[in-house]
Design a protein around this ligand. Structure first.
Ligand code: COA
Length: 323
């Protein structure tokens, strides 16, 4: 039986740091409010002209180098993003060309903050089916490009960044199970009101490219849903909470992360937390946290990791894997 395993990880953060103190100068907020409600202390912002594809390229190169894989060996690139460089071509195609992987399949997945998890599950399925041997999976975002820096309820939460993994076919797992879910009935709680087909509506009040969110409602659904999903994931794999070495959660809010850790009976020492320094980087969040954990030496080969994310859609997804 063919499995997929992570051969290498990489990530990239833009240089510019936006602290809570910087945001205090823009909106009526405070470091104390942001840190105590979300755990966020700073986030990164892409430079003028620096795109999602630029961040993805840096992260991808690092993942390929860590895996010892040449771009020309790739059979597939799947890139999770809600902030593509262009409406088309897909950012995955722009990335493919820059990497020199021309010819392989390349496409984007939009599942908001679950984008990387969806992309990982798609690539895993291609490898399990035997049609792909080596895949590059990326989560990359420039969320700060669609924030309204007059809206304190959203502009303090998000940041820019990218992470990537190279997946390889293997006779050993690797990825043990992935779970993907969505419920479009929750669209009204978290969305961006503009689009090609719906129209850009730039003349409407409150329109423009911006995040619309009912934060406290999103919070409640996220905690309940993640609680349910981690149970479902363990059950599908026939495993128990005590089998998990590391939880690598979506980095939206420290209180949501702590609730999931409690559900899994995991002390926070076994949870990778980057939200304090990255904010919510949407699709970038899980692979950024994974790469940081690998490079710091926390995550070791042979350990069992639970990755999860929740985002607009709503979408939610998990992957249980042996690193
Ligand atoms: N600074 C200061 N006050 C703020 C603020 C800010 N940046 N943003 C909102 N507030 C105010 C609100 O106006 C409200 O004031 P009021 O009581 O006078 O009406 C008060 O803080 C409480 O707002 P509420 O939204 O109930 O706070 P909360 O404890 O739920 O925290 C979030 C808000 C957004 C941090 C939290 O709900 C959250 O993280 N939700 C999930 C968001 C998320 O994960 N989104 C992405 C999914 S991937």
């Amino acid at each position: 039986m063919v499995h997929s395993r992570i051969a290498g990880t990489g990530s990239y953060l833009p240089h510019k740091v936006i602290t809570n103190a910087d945001l205090e100068k823009l909106v009526d907020t405070s470091d104390e409010w942001i840190a105590s409600r979300t755990g966020i202390r700073e986030r990164r912002m892409a430079a003028t002209g620096e795109t999602t594809g630029d961040l993805a390229f840096e992260a991808a190169q690092r993942a390929l180098a860590a895996a010892g894989v040449q771009a020309g060996e790739l059979d597939l690139i799947v890139l999770g993003t809600t902030t593509p460089d262009l409406i088309f071509p897909a950012t995955a195609c722009l990335l493919q060309h820059r990497l020199g992987a021309n010819g392989c399949a390349a496409f984007d997945v939009n599942a908001a903050c679950s984008g990387f998890m969806y992309a990982l599950a798609v690539a895993d399925q291609f490898i399990r089916s035997g049609s792909v041997r080596k895949a590059l999976v990326v989560g990359a975002e420039t969320l700060t490009r669609m924030l309204d820096y007059g809206d304190r309820s959203t502009c303090v939460l998000f940041g820019d960044g990218a992470g990537a993994v190279v997946l390889e076919a293997s006779d050993q797992p690797g990825i043990i199970t992935t779970r993907l879910h969505a419920d479009g009935g929750y669209k009204h709680l978290l969305y961006n009101p503009v689009g090609v087909s719906a129209g850009f509506q730039l003349d409407q009040p409150n329109a423009g490219v911006r995040v619309m969110m009912t934060g406290n409602e999103v919070f409640k659904v996220a905690v309940k849903t993640l609680d349910r999903m981690v149970g479902e994931t363990l059950e599908a794999a026939g495993m128990h909470e005590s089998d998990i070495d590391w939880l690598i959660p979506h980095q939206a809010n420290l209180r949501i992360i702590e609730a999931t850790a409690r559900r899994l009976k995991l002390p926070m020492e076994r949870v990778i937390v980057t939200v304090d320094r990255h904010g919510n980087t949407s699709s970038g969040s899980v692979p950024l946290a994974l790469d940081e954990a690998v490079r710091s030496g926390k995550v070791q080969r042979g350990q069992t990791l639970l990755l999860e994310a929740f985002g607009g859609g709503f979408t939610w997804a998990s992957a249980l894997l042996r690193y």
